[in-house]
Design a protein around this ligand. Structure first.
Ligand SMILES: Nc1ncnc2c1ncn2[C@@H]1O[C@H](COP(=O)(O)OP(=O)(O)OP(=O)(O)O)[C@@H](O)[C@H]1O
Ligand SMILES: [Mg+2]
Length: 483
């Protein structure tokens, strides 16, 4: 619904505008005073897409009112009807995000153009609010599943952390324990939910590119730096920056990052201007960064700065009693995707799942359940596709057993990935594959095409050997390259 609020005390102009917009299908409210508009927007919580407001009203100033509305969280596009805004007024209006000043008497052609721009802006904002809203639904603290004391404690912490402004938090835990999930929960359940969530995996970017990726660069800052590039720090302004696998960042860049977070400002590579940002920093690592900083592999001062809050996520083998509830939730998700109706987890299978050590944690459990649901023929989860062997008693938590794929059936490529030409690969962008699934698929495909030669795959992917090794471990593909 296109809604517009007109705040105008000149009766004739007010009703003329109202009629005009109504004729074009808008739903219009007309307020002759600020008090009236205040009641509508603040008390009744009406949020018109556009506000068309006079500047000088009998009971106050339009700019003060805009400021009030913004403080109240109102995001309507705002257009002032007043030709004679002083320079200060214009600066203030711009700062408050007003769109334009239109002179009186009104030029209707100009009005139409401005309204068209405002409509586009309102739509874009609506999208941002929608993303924040779906994010908030999808990533509430309750999406971290499990009733064990360990999982409950994580959820309680998340609920608490979401209510306070945190500047930095460090997430620890093995691969697949939900660090990425928790980062999103902290953002979308927190006070910055309407701001951007920007994530960067420090291990996925070649070392010499990481700095400009993070801070951006000016044209010509280095060979190959063509235009100006806004870094991720800048893009995360007002929201959250999630630096995953921060343990992989090189020491030199670590000190630059420390300076930037302490000062909440930085310069682009090759740039002079200081850019100030307001970001919440979430970092994650599956290495013990405290130990790494004791050994000099990670800057101690940066470690202290990013670990104001530290949250270690429990491995699945520390909470085997959560497996049943996670599996049941996964049934719902994968049934919806595959049209199957799996609902029964036979006790003997649950026992097998609980006695396995899950080196890949919830990610691995997801993969196992996904495959089994896809291949199920009835309401019962079939055993033959689990592909996991119960642990031998010698396996201790510190020495994860080999991933299940060594003994399991050959992995099955997701059905809708089509191989395109010998050099390319097409992935569906309709939400049916997660980013992780895509990454796994890419790595698997490249390995396959290079006869499981890791160095050849490293070259083909333009990455480093450590990065690829880490990912191979992450997705449990060791069996492929050791074969
Ligand atoms: N407690 C949980 N409840 C529900 N889903 C979970 C939970 N923990 C993890 N997951 C799911 O498991 C998968 C892997 O989690 P995630 O990617 O967050 O792991 P990670 O700790 O970031 O691993 P890595 O170190 O390998 O990046 C995701 O699909 C995530 O949604
Ligand atoms: Mg992760």
């Amino acid at each position: 619904m296109r809604t517009i609020t007109i705040i105008e005390d000149e009766k004739l102009l007010g009703s003329e505008l109202k009629r005009r917009f109504e004729r074009e299908g808008w739903s219009v409210t007309l307020s002759p005073t600020l008090a009236d508009a205040r009641r509508l927007i603040m008390e009744l919580d009406f949020s018109p897409s556009i506000v068309l407001s006079d500047m000088n009203l009998p009971d106050g100033n339009g700019l003060d009112f805009l400021e009030e509305v913004r403080a109240h969280g109102g995001r309507s596009e705002w257009i002032f009807l007043s030709g004679y805004g002083s320079r200060q007024d214009i600066a203030r209006a711009a700062k408050l995000g007003a769109l334009d000043f239109l002179a009186k008497p009104l030029d209707y052609h100009k009005l139409d153009l401005t309204i068209a721009t405002a409509t586009r802006g309102a739509r874009a904002r609506q999208r941002i609010t929608d993303t924040a809203r779906t994010g908030a639904q999808k990533y509430s603290p309750d999406s971290f599943i499990g009733d064990s004391p360990a999982a409950t404690q994580v959820r309680t912490m998340l609920g608490q952390l979401a209510t306070i402004p945190i500047t930095s938090i460090l997430l620890g835990g093995e691969t697949g324990t939900g660090k990425g999930l928790v980062a999103k929960i902290l953002h979308y359940a927190g006070q910055r939910a309407e701001g951007p969530f920007v994530d960067l995996n420090c291990a996925a970017i070649p070392r010499d590119m990481l700095e400009s990726e993070l801070f951006g660069h000016e044209p010509g800052a280095f060979t190959g730096a063509k235009g100006r590039h806004r870094g991720l720090m800048e893009q995360a302004d007002g929201g959250t920056l999630f630096l995953d696998e921060i343990g992989e960042m090189d020491i030199g860049l670590q000190s630059k990052l420390l300076k930037a977070i302490e000062e909440q400002s930085f310069r682009r590579v090759g740039g002079e201007e200081k850019i100030s940002v307001d970001i919440q920093l979430i970092t994650a690592s599956n290495r013990d960064l405290r130990a790494a900083s004791d050994q000099g592999d990670f800057r101690r001062d940066l470690y202290h700065r990013i670990s104001v809050f530290e949250l270690r996520l429990p491995s699945l083998r520390e909470r085997p009693n959560d497996i049943a509830s996670i599996v049941t939730t996964l049934f719902t998700e994968f049934n919806a995707r595959s049209g199957k109706q799996v609902s029964i987890l036979p006790p003997s299978i649950l026992e097998t799942l609980q006695s396995y050590s899950w080196p890949g944690n919830v990610r691995e459990l997801r993969n196992v359940i996904e495959r089994s649901v896809m291949l199920a023929t009835g309401p019962e989860l079939p055993r033959e596709w689990l592909g996991i062997a119960p642990d031998s008693t010698t396996a201790s938590p510190a020495t994860p057993v080999a991933p299940h794929r060594q003994s399991g059936p050959a992995p099955i490529a997701p059905p809708d990935v089509t191989l395109h030409d010998p050099d390319g690969l097409t992935l569906p962008l309709d939400g049916s594959m997660t980013l992780d699934d895509m990454e796994e698929c890419i790595i698997r495909t490249v390995l396959e095409r290079h006869n499981y030669n890791v160095m050849a795959a490293v070259r083909a992917l333009g990455t480093t050997r450590e990065t690829l090794r880490y990912r191979i471990r992450k997705y449990g593909l060791e069996a492929l390259v050791h074969a």
